[in-house]
Each structure stands twice: as structure tokens, then as C-alpha cells.
Design a protein around this ligand. Structure first.
Ligand SMILES: Nc1nc2c(c(=O)[nH]1)N[C@@H](CN(C=O)c1ccc(C(=O)N[C@@H](CCC(=O)O)C(=O)O)cc1)CN2
Length: 289
């Protein structure tokens, strides 16, 4: 068997085209969805992600404001900025790029963002609503994965999903979101024993551990759906995932590549959440993007 490759980049392009029309309609109504992206410090990967977010936002017609703060910014200054953005009626979505430097209390910053502008879906109110199965902002990478499943008509009902990784950004929320879709979810992490026993029994395997080639074809059940969330820069400067693509391709039914797989969907879902936030804050009825 050779798997079908799910190119998130192509899906993302289609979705962004639909969004461009939706934003044009909103602008006709006098609503210009506004996003503020805050980055602290000079981490090259983070800078490249926020610049990607800023560029993609502008391309679909959003008003994007990229705020770059020095590494030494204090907790108080950052909280003051978030407070100003919470009260700015031209800003509908606020995102603080993670990770933050060690001297910043990440939880306190996330909790300072108004839940009505929490387009990253990391605020405890958003997480609580997600756990209760209520409508809310969903974190962008998991929402991108869910959108891929929907666009490819991959059924989730009763499927055994194994999630490798338990981060705030991917692992924890994707498991809960798939549980909400009636999948049976197992979380595995660095302390899990006999990992193969889990991975080899997964109908859907989601790998978000940040270790190049951590999973190979041997670890995968025949016909499994394999979603690779790893973005690892290796010695030769190229990007590679957490899954050994060539060996997994032979076993899986569907697989996402790295690059051009899950990553581009992350930014697209941020645009989606920002448009939804602008509509909610302006009391405009929702429609799917
Ligand atoms: N506040 C947040 N911080 C972080 C998030 C997040 O969702 N919110 N996610 C990650 C990084 N991330 C977005 O911020 C992100 C990662 C990867 C990509 C992407 O498009 N990857 C491309 C390759 C890009 C490259 O060449 O470097 C791909 O996989 O094809 C987009 C966004 C951490 N922080």
C-alpha cells in the first residue's frame, strides 16, 4: 500500500481563497477584522512564524499589526500591552507567540487576553468551553488537523486515535477535540511504557514530539492515518517531521508531509479564528469559511 499524501498547503490555499471573499464582504459592511500578533525576542523560527502570520493575514484582507518586543521586556510591560489590545476596538484577535522567554510567566500572559479575542484558543475559558463541547476558539494546529480530516472525509467516529505528545499547543487539545468527535483517544508521552503497543494499534496516529524520525513504518498499523506535527530543522538546514516519511508511506492510508502538511493549516486557522472573532464582536451571524 502507498498512502495518499495530504498536502495541507494546497488545502490552506483553497480555504484562504474563500476567506478573502468573506473578508471583502465584511469590509463592505464596515467591519475590518483586525489581528495583533505579539512576539518577544529574536528566536529565528518564531520570527519566521509571526512574519508568516502577518503576511497571510494581510493577503486575505485582514488588518494585521505585528508587535516586536525586545527579549528584556518585563512581565508588567507585556501585560500592559495585552490590556491595551483588549480595549482596542480595531483589534479582534490577539496572539502572543510562544514560547516566551523564561522570565515571563506564560500562563499569566495568556490569562490576560480577553477570551473574546483569544484567537489562539489557549485561554482557560476557551479550553474549558472546548472540554465541555461548547462553541469556542479552538487552537490553530489541532483545528487545522480536524479541518484536514473533514476535507478528506476521514471518519473519526469510534476510531482509535493515539496522540504522541501532551503540549498545550497540540497534544492536549487535539485529543479532546477528537474525543468531542466520538473518537476513542489514547495519550502517550515521554514516560509511556511499551509505546509500540499503542502506536501499532492506532487507526489514527498523531505525532507531536519534536524528534526527527521518531516514528517509522514498523510502528504503524497497516492502513493507519498518520499526522506528523513535527517541524524539526536538521543539520543540513532542511525541515523534517517526527515520522520517517518513506517507511510510513508504505504502511499508512493517509499521511501528512513535513513541510507543506499541517504547518500551513495552522496559520490558516488563525485567520479563520480572527474572522470569527470580528464577526462575534460586531454581532454578525456566523457562516463557515
Ligand atoms: N501563540 C502560538 N505560538 C505557537 C503556535 C501557535 O499556534 N500559537 N504554534 C507553533 C508554531 N507555529 C505557529 O506559531 C507554526 C509552525 C509551523 C508553521 C508552518 O507553516 N510550517 C511550514 C514550514 C515553515 C518553514 O519553512 O519553516 C510547514 O510545515 O510546511 C506555521 C506555524 C509554536 N508557537
Amino acid at each position: 500500500m502507498s498512502a495518499e499524501i495530504i498536502y495541507g498547503r494546497e488545502l490552506a490555499e483553497d480555504i484562504r481563497e474563500r476567506m478573502t471573499k468573506e473578508v471583502a464582504d465584511l469590509r463592505e459592511l464596515g467591519v475590518v477584522p483586525g489581528l495583533a500578533v505579539v512576539i518577544v525576542g529574536n528566536d529565528p523560527a518564531s520570527l519566521s512564524y509571526v512574519r508568516g502570520k502577518d503576511k497571510a493575514s494581510k493577503k486575505v484582507g485582514l488588518e494585521s499589526n505585528l508587535i516586536e518586543l525586545p527579549e528584556e521586556v518585563s512581565q508588567e510591560e507585556l501585560l500592559d500591552l495585552v490590556d491595551r489590545l483588549n480595549h482596542d476596538s480595531n483589534v479582534h484577535g490577539i496572539l502572543v507567540q510562544l514560547p516566551l522567554p523564561d522570565h515571563i510567566n506564560e500562563d499569566e500572559v495568556i490569562e490576560a487576553i480577553s477570551p473574546s479575542k483569544d484567537v489562539d484558543g489557549f485561554h482557560p475559558v476557551s479550553i474549558g468551553r472546548m472540554m465541555a463541547g461548547k462553541e469556542t476558539f479552538l487552537p490553530c494546529t489541532p483545528l487545522g488537523i480536524l479541518t484536514m480530516f473533514k476535507e478528506k472525509e476521514i471518519s473519526l467516529e469510534g476510531k482509535h486515535v493515539v496522540v504522541l505528545g501532551r503540549s498545550r499547543i497540540v497534544g492536549k487539545p487535539i485529543g479532546q477535540m477528537l474525543l468531542n468527535e466520538n473518537a476513542t483517544v489514547t495519550y502517550c508521552h515521554s514516560r509511556t511504557k511499551n509505546l509500540k503497543d499503542f502506536t501499532q494499534n492506532a487507526d489514527i496516529l498523531i505525532v507531536a514530539v519534536g524528534k526527527p524520525g521518531f516514528i517509522s513504518g514498523d510502528d504503524i498499523k497497516d492502513g493507519a492515518v498518520v499526522i506528523d506535527v513535527g517541524v524539526n530543522r536538521i543539520e543540513d538546514g532542511s525541515l523534517t517531521g517526527d515520522v520517517d516519511f518513506e517507511s510510513a508511506l508504505e504502511k499508512a492510508s493517509y499521511i501528512t508531509p513535513v513541510p507543506r502538511g499541517v504547518g500551513p493549516m495552522t496559520i490558516t486557522m488563525l485567520l479563520h479564528n480572527t474572522i470569527q472573532a470580528a464577526k462575534q464582536l460586531n454581532q454578525i451571524p456566523q457562516r463557515s469559511s
